[in-house]
Design a protein around this ligand. Structure first.
Ligand code: GSH
Length: 229
């Protein structure tokens, strides 16, 4: 069976699933979807590829699946995946799920809103957000990052659910890297997040850096442009 993975590495959940696939040596055919080019917004794309018109998604022969968390749960059942990435043991699995459920409306919502309103929105519309809006979004993001540190990084364990890395760490790390593009480096404000990100990054080399290459390139471009002003 052929597994085709559709993604854009500038998308946080796309990077998380990409690193998961690579770390678990799951063979896949890569299919890059250029979100910036808008190729996902056509009716044809919706019918042929993804009903939500978002990335990531997979085609496993004739089976199509969207949503990063659903994709990883499916892959963990279909392929040989090391237990710690997405455990089969009920309670260990529930611990990973606990973070994954919390992630959407907290870390993802906070970091993505800040990134979108400050960078993506203005790029798409040419309209800058007010200082008040930026401050409000920053405050909401910092609240969620404070909660993340307090609730999920409270022990001396290197990863969210303990001594071994899981998909929860990938999902969180890829979201927390995103606001850097809009000028906010979480590592400068949250020391536990900084240490934990180093753990995730070093555990997932060379794929963590490979997945974040387009983000780093974009960041350099933004910084170069800002230096010229
Ligand atoms: N909950 C989804 C989120 C998918 C999502 O929002 N993807 C964004 C990129 S991060 C996207 O494709 N956006 C394109 C659009 O909205 O036009 C998941 O975890 O897979």
């Amino acid at each position: 069976m052929v597994l085709k993975y559709y993604y854009d590495l500038l998308s946080q959940p796309s990077r998380a699933v990409y690193i998961f696939l690579k770390m678990n040596k799951i063979p896949f055919e890569p299919a890059v979807v250029n979100l910036g080019g808008g190729e996902h917004l056509t009716e044809e794309f919706r019918e042929k590829h993804s009903k939500f018109q978002k990335v990531p998604f997979i085609h496993h022969d004739d089976f199509r699946l969207t949503e990063s968390v659903a994709i990883v749960r499916y892959l963990a059942r279909e392929y040989h995946v090391k237990e710690h990435w997405y455990p089969q043991e009920i309670r260990a699995q529930a611990r990973v799920d606990e973070y994954l459920e919390w992630n959407h409306l907290n870390v993802r919502a906070g970091c993505a809103r800040y990134f979108f309103d400050k960078l993506m929105g203005p790029m798409m519309t040419g309209k800058q957000p007010s200082d008040e809006q930026v401050k409000k979004n920053q405050k909401a993001m910092e609240k969620t990052l404070t909660d993340f540190e307090r609730i999920f990084l409270s022990s001396e364990a290197p990863f969210i659910t303990g001594t071994e890395i899981s998909f929860a760490d990938l999902q969180a790390a890829c979201e927390i890297e995103q606001p850097r593009l809009a000028g906010y480096e979480p590592r400068d404000h949250f020391s536990k997040i900084k240490t934990w990100l180093e753990n995730v990054k070093s555990e997932c080399q060379p794929y963590y850096d490979e997945a974040h290459k387009p983000l780093e390139a974009w960041l350099k471009k933004i910084q170069k442009k800002a230096a010229k002003l």
